[in-house]
Design a binder for this molecule. Structure first.
Ligand code: DAH
Length: 334
């Protein structure tokens, strides 16, 4: 083989320079300076070089060997220095504080609410944000002509529902479709909370955003009564907001519960102003029918609460938009 000594040397020096640790450096040392290494091969070749070229070739080969040897020595030294630096570390010097992040207030609120329900035996489940009309509306007894199914109140996707012809997929407008998914897959007794993002084409203002968070709750068994619903939610509100609150269940209408109510709270020592915090009710028989439960076999309670609203009430936040602006001066306070 004819040797291009310049090229060989250049390549060797780059490899040595880029060695990441002593182990890799040793691999290169053996490759170039070892008994069967490149340098050795070059010197064996010297015998075949024509007489007149020999002095120059020999000179170049010597310089190649010296340069590679030097480069390996220098690199080795640099590794040793690095280790020394590390060993010389003065652990008594004041450290550089690492600034730790923390969970966003929305995540904290979801965690807090879910773990309160967990202590009552509920399990946490999640559903998809892209839903079908069947789960988001039909299964929940929301009729075809209900205003919430309008394009002004729900984000429809261009993609067609793979299970139903001529129906499009959508961004779920509430977490209630999670109820349908759970019940389709499991038989009672069931006790679940379903947290997650929901989407509505609302105009953005201080109390509306086109994306926000809800937590859905569902308890289904053989003999669940409205008094269980009242007891459960009263217990939750007192644990979450403190004993210093008044509560009322105000009759309301939701297609998927019957009877239905909205829950309001007010602070005992504050202004006598009622603030709505969630919707709830007894699961409608039509919903049980949709998921294939035997008629009359079960009763259940359900509730749905808006996480932002609850976090705003509890922490005195006046503008929902501040949750999503990622301004650390706001986020740091919680
Ligand atoms: N899905 C309702 C909404 O987004 C909230 C709700 C009301 C959920 C009553 C429930 C319920 O489970 O029982 O406005």
């Amino acid at each position: 083989m004819d040797w291009n000594l310049e090229e060989t040397e250049k390549k060797a020096l780059i490899e040595i320079k880029n060695a990441v640790d002593e182990k890799e450096l040793e691999v290169f040392r053996i490759k170039y300076l070892g008994r069967k290494g490149v340098v050795q091969e070059i010197f064996s070749y010297l015998g075949k070089v024509p007489k007149e070229d020999k002095p120059l070739f020999g000179q170049k080969a010597n310089s190649l060997r010296n340069n590679i040897t030097k480069a390996i020595e220098t690199k080795k030294q640099s590794f040793i220095e690095k280790t020394k630096d590390f060993l010389n570390l003065d652990v008594t010097l004041p450290g550089v504080a690492v600034s730790l992040g923390h969970k966003h207030l929305i995540t904290q609120t979801i965690d807090e609410i879910c773990s309160l329900f967990e202590t009552l035996g509920f399990v946490i489940q999640e559903g998809p944000e892209i839903e079908t009309e069947a789960h988001n509306f039909e299964g929940l007894n929301i009729p075809e002509d209900h205003p919430s199914r309008d394009g002004f109140d729900t984000f429809y996707l261009e993609a067609e529902d793979p299970y139903e012809k001529n129906k499009n997929l959508l961004l779920r407008s509430h977490t209630s479709p999670g109820q349908i998914r759970i019940m389709k897959e499991h038989k009672p007794p069931l006790a679940v909370v379903i947290p997650g993002r929901v989407y509505r084409p609302d105009a953005v203002d201080a109390s509306h955003s086109f994306m926000f968070h809800q937590i859905e709750g569902l308890l289904v068994d053989k003999d669940i009564k409205f008094s269980d619903l009242k007891g459960l939610l009263t217990d939750f509100c007192q644990k979450f907001f403190g004993k210093n609150i008044n509560m009322r269940f105000r009759p309301h209408y939701f297609p998927f519960t019957e009877p239905s109510a909205e829950v309001d709270i007010s602070w005992k020592d504050g202004k006598k102003e009622w603030l709505e915090i969630m919707g709830c009710g007894m699961v409608h028989p039509k919903v049980f029918e949709f998921v294939g439960y035997k008629k009359g076999a079960y009763t259940g309670l359900a509730f749905g609460l808006g996480v932002e609203r609850i976090a705003m009430l509890k922490h005195g936040v006046s503008d929902i938009r501040t949750f999503y602006e990622n301004d650390n001066r706001f986020l740091k306070q919680f």
